[in-house]
Design a protein around this ligand. Sequence first.
Ligand code: GCO
Length: 472
Amino acid sequence: ASNYSFSSDFLFGASTSAYQIEGAWNESGRGESIWDYQIHNDPRSIRDLNNADIACDSYHKYKEDVRLLKELGAGLYRFSVSWSRIYPDGFPHNPNQEGLAYYSNLIDALLAENIVPVLTIYHWDLPERLQEFGGWTNSSIVELYTEYARILLDNYSDRVKYWVTFNEPFLICTEGYGGPLFAPRVNQSGIADYQCAHNLIKSHAAVYHLFNNTYRSKNNAKMGIVFVAEGHTAGSSSAQDIEAAERSKQFKIGLFANPIFGKDGDYPKVMRDLVAKKSAEEGFSKSRLPEFTPDEIKYIKGTSDFFGANHYTTKLSKYSAPVKGVTSYTNDMEAELSFDPSWPKDPLNRFAIVPWGFREVLVWIKNTYNNPEVHITENGSPDSGGLEDNVRVTFIGLYLEALLQAINEDKVNIRSYSVWTLMDNFSWVRGYSNRLGLYQVNMSDPNRPRTAKLSAKFYKEVIANRVVGDYP
Ligand code: GCO
């Protein structure tokens, strides 16, 4: 237990995402997303051969979800909107009124229980039709995303206090457009296609300016963005590894955070220099990393009211010499990431449990981006889903204690903490084999019943008492 407590205005919550919980994939006018398309055409791309056609069936059971949040005493709920439930083919025409009504009803149900809605505009589920035009690698996505965000702002900015433009741009771009697993899985050779990052950052800035100019005043809301905020600690005390740890954070967090939160904006200098050098060696006529014009740098800088941090684990970062002739994001980074074998892991052996690494990366964010307002938008630990989730209780206890140290000793400006996730849901390529919920969902029961695990009871106590209770 820690001798610190959470202030009365600190918000506790839980996060989910549309594709992972809603189901009703083709009901009430929803169009096909890149994940529907991938899974329906290649079921083997999901490790347990499952799909999210029904998932937690939250499209029909959202009132029950709100009841779970109320039971926890949650102060906020972070959820995402499915673009293809609003504009079925992604293009801004014939908005789907049933889709607009679903999220309006969810927001009203939350407000009725004094739960603050945190709306994520994009959490990975691009309408498939837009991917046929290249998706995030086609610069026309900027305008399409802006029009999608506009209709959400028109409909919900009277009630939504916190807006998030994107969830984990790092995974959207380096996995979706540079890896073999995540939809849409183009560039499977790992070609570092920074075009996705370039268009995504411009999309974010365009929507922030739209929000700031036209919608913010409606109820003094805030808009931000949510990043993968994985910890990277030097694999040894050598100068090379200490530099590798900084460089890998600049590549993994800074790629998206520096243009928005950085003192001078633009991509991190270490990235611009390294990718330009490699691109020349590879025979490219110019750097694979696109350039922002001076006006774009100014337009993008400062376009966020808060820094959303998703944190699961920490890795050792060690210098890794670039391999000639390989064009990939990790090769550009010149660092290899690994878990120290002495660190404890979750029961599925997916993440190392390193609470001091959480504190370390929060201090790095504070120092690197001039002490922004920080929200912990995801933090959790996977297992195979039993009700006696003692490891998850211990994980949350340890990480909340690290959070209290970051707030009270390092003075990091952290305003909220949300567990990933409210209930067991579709964990992308891991299907339902990874369970991260505070509530168990029985996926073989058509009613998808939710049952509180030990961690829900533990978290409820933390929220009620504002201190971290004893844990196993
Ligand atoms: C999972 C992951 C979560 C989600 C979330 C990421 O569910 O398997 O651990 O982190 O992927 O959608 O933002």
